[in-house]
Design a protein around this ligand. Structure first.
Ligand code: AMP
Ligand code: MN
Ligand code: MN
Length: 324
């Protein structure tokens, strides 16, 4: 038995959380662990804490039970999933600090291990993929399989990103064997867009700019514009993926103004730029091909700072190509 399951078996009162602005892998991981514990250890108490989640995930079992506000509980075990550092559990940091023990399961290359115990594997596509490996396959229920499959679908961009391996597909296959409705999960949680979400995607693509010989594409969405249309950060999913597949592009950048003069930045790369390195420099993190950070200033300051760091990597690659 692995230390994650051992740790769960030794605890009675367990809390689970992920990261701020929870995405598909974060929600899938938290509810996957929630269902696994509920199904196999019915005497244990398990509570999930997450910021409000996008409504398309409401079919996952346990969605309605998730707490969005912290409280004064003291847990035996606090499980942190899909979260690369302590600052990203912010709303629930007090619960984390008070807990008797903490355990992190994650796949971010930037994770330095901030819990009492952890399992971090940057070689897996999603935290949900790693959880599958830690769970006993026979004990994964239909409800748990739906959660894990959803997480893998989201972090692989429906099995298309370079993090999708033979093992990812094997695990997805085993989850399908549990009887889940894969096309419903993929269409309803990943591809379906509201009219407004399509409009804002159109706007972001229209406003995008190509720089550095077309190797970098970026688009910034101001708070004023988001307020005008009544959209939030969660409505912008998918835009960065469309920017990334623009012909000739190596790096795609999408920024949106969370607060006045404060941008949430997402970056994706195709072949050689390590965007996790760039994001980490600005206090964020992520993976080699997908990373993010928060930056202060107007959009011009933000893009200029980012471009300087990306440009040095592009130049290094050009030099390498010349040398070979
Ligand atoms: P996003 O661009 O927000 O979809 O994030 C891409 C990847 O980078 C995800 O795995 C995130 O968890 C990670 N990431 C995004 N923003 C941050 C941040 N501020 N700090 C650490 N990791 C981040
Ligand atoms: Mn995530
Ligand atoms: Mn993830």
């Amino acid at each position: 038995m692995n230390t994650f399951i051992q740790t769960i078996e030794h605890a009675e009162n367990i809390a689970v959380t992920g990261h701020i602005r929870p995405d598909g892998d974060c929600i899938g991981s938290c509810l996957g662990v929630y269902n696994y514990i509920k199904d196999n250890y019915p005497r244990k108490k398990v509570t999930v804490y997450l910021e409000p989640m996008a409504p398309e995930f409401r079919f996952l079992n346990g969605y309605d039970q998730v707490k969005h506000k912290t409280d004064d509980s003291i847990y035996d075990l606090f499980i942190v999933l899909d979260c690369s550092d302590e600052t990203r559990i912010e709303p629930f940091a007090d619960l984390f600090k008070r807990a008797k023990e903490s355990f992190c399961v994650d796949h971010h290359i930037s994770n330095r291990g901030f819990c009492d115990d952890f399992m971090i594997d940057s070689g897996v596509s999603a935290t949900c993929e790693l959880l599958y490996q830690l769970f006993d396959e026979d004990k994964i229920s239909f409800a748990c399989a739906e959660c894990l499959y959803t997480g893998i679908v989201h972090d692989t961009g429906v099995f298309k990103h370079s993090n999708t391996t033979r093992e990812t597909m094997y695990i997805a296959g085993n989850l399908i064997a549990k009887g889940i409705n894969t096309s419903h999960i993929i269409d309803d949680t990943f591809y379906r867009k509201t009219y407004l979400q399509n409009v804002i995607m159109g706007y972001a693509l229209l406003e995008s700019s190509l720089v550095m010989d077309g190797k970098i594409i970026y688009s910034f969405i101001t708070k004023k514009w988001m307020d005008l249309y009544g959209v939030t950060g969660a409505d912008l999913n998918g835009i960065i993926d469309q920017l990334r597949v623009t012909e000739g592009v190596e790096v795609a950048i999408l920024g949106y103004e969370m607060n006045n003069l404060e941008f949430k930045v997402s970056m994706r790369s195709n072949d050689y730029v390590d965007v996790s390195k760039v994001a980490s420099y600005f206090g964020g993190g992520g993976h080699i091909r997908a990373a993010g950070c928060t930056m202060k200033g107007n959009s011009l300051d933000v893009i200029n700072n980012l471009l300087r760091h990306i440009e040095s990597q592009l130049k290094l690659e050009e030099q390498n190509e010349r040398d070979h």
